[in-house]
Design a protein around this ligand. Structure first.
Ligand SMILES: Nc1nc2c(ncn2[C@@H]2O[C@H](COP(=O)(O)OP(=O)(O)OP(=O)(O)O)[C@@H](O)[C@H]2O)c(=O)[nH]1
Ligand SMILES: [Mg+2]
Length: 261
């Protein structure tokens, strides 16, 4: 009984196959090619979209020395106020959200993934975990207490700018001079020049020491010329902010330029 059913099914299938073949033979070849072309084109387009989606990241990293104001900025971006973050962070602070200033906006706004990496030297290696997915790095500098910390800040910045991921992926970097609400804050131009000078000194001492023991993955700038951020292969720009008063428009602009809606 079962065998009969299977045989019947086989005959039915063969008949269908024959009908399909007949049908295909009746289609003019040009129409057939066009149909195959359309299917192929759609598949390729779909693949490209998938690949493109995977490579456009929405992650922005907040880095910089401890006390520069990263956590304050994080909450300003998310909640529009800096009600938390008065203690030194011991863990990266991360969240995906629509920027507070864009919440009322009509139309599509893409959420951003912001990671605030603590500045404590023991926690800095955490940065490497997030670097591969970064669309941009914000290096926060305390513009008030800048001078006593300029060397340490330059060392950390040097470390970031010479990381293989940053160089190869040309991750844009924003030097964000924070705490400009204080009148004693240094200007962004002053901070940029000081950091360039410090990095220049570091570059000379590091290349002299490290011919054999290369700890940094890439060298910075053009040899024989004083260092300038414009020599970096990735974009390095300078801006100002105050995480306390919520003056963060330049930071938001950097985020929007690098995380497309
Ligand atoms: N005047 C002024 N003070 C600020 C501003 N932003 C932060 N501060 C002060 O700086 C302190 C440190 O800010 P945080 O945001 O906690 O610093 P952080 O960079 O997250 O520090 P770590 O978590 O240790 O890496 C805060 O307690 C504030 O008092 C600012 O824009 N203006
Ligand atoms: Mg913090």
């Amino acid at each position: 009984m079962d065998k009969e059913k299977i045989e019947q099914l086989q005959i039915q299938m063969q008949q269908w196959l024959y009908e399909v073949e007949e049908y295909v033979h009746h289609i003019p070849p040009t129409q057939l090619y066009a149909a195959v072309g359309v299917v192929l084109f759609t598949m390729i387009l779909f693949l490209i979209i998938c690949l493109f989606k995977r490579t456009t990241s929405n992650t922005i990293l907040l880095t910089g020395l401890s006390g520069s104001g990263k956590t304050f900025l994080f909450y300003q971006l998310r909640d529009g106020s800096a009600h938390q973050g008065t203690v030194t962070s011991m863990e990266p602070n991360e969240d995906s959200f629509i920027l507070h200033s864009e919440r009322e906006k009509k139309g599509k706004t893409r959420p951003v993934h912001i990671v605030d990496v603590p500045g404590h030297s023991r926690l800095r290696p955490k940065l490497d975990e997030f670097l591969p997915q970064a669309a941009g790095i914000v290096f926060v500098v305390d513009s008030v207490e800048f001078l006593p910390n300029s060397r340490t800040a330059a060392e950390y910045l040097y470390e970031i700018l010479t990381k293989a991921t940053v160089v190869k992926k040309k991750i844009p970097v924003l030097l964000l001079c924070n705490k400009v609400d204080k009148i004693t804050a240094h200007t962004k131009e002053f901070i940029r020049k000081q950091l360039e000078k410090e990095i220049d000194k570091l570059r000379t001492s590091r290349t002299a020491v490290s011919e054999a023991d290369i700890s940094n993955e890439f060298t910075l700038g053009v040899s024989g010329e004083p260092f300038g951020f414009s020599q970096c292969c990735n974009k390095v720009i300078v801006a100002e902010a105050s995480g306390l008063t919520g003056e963060i428009s330049q930071l938001e602009q950097f985020i929007r330029e690098n995380v497309k809606t």
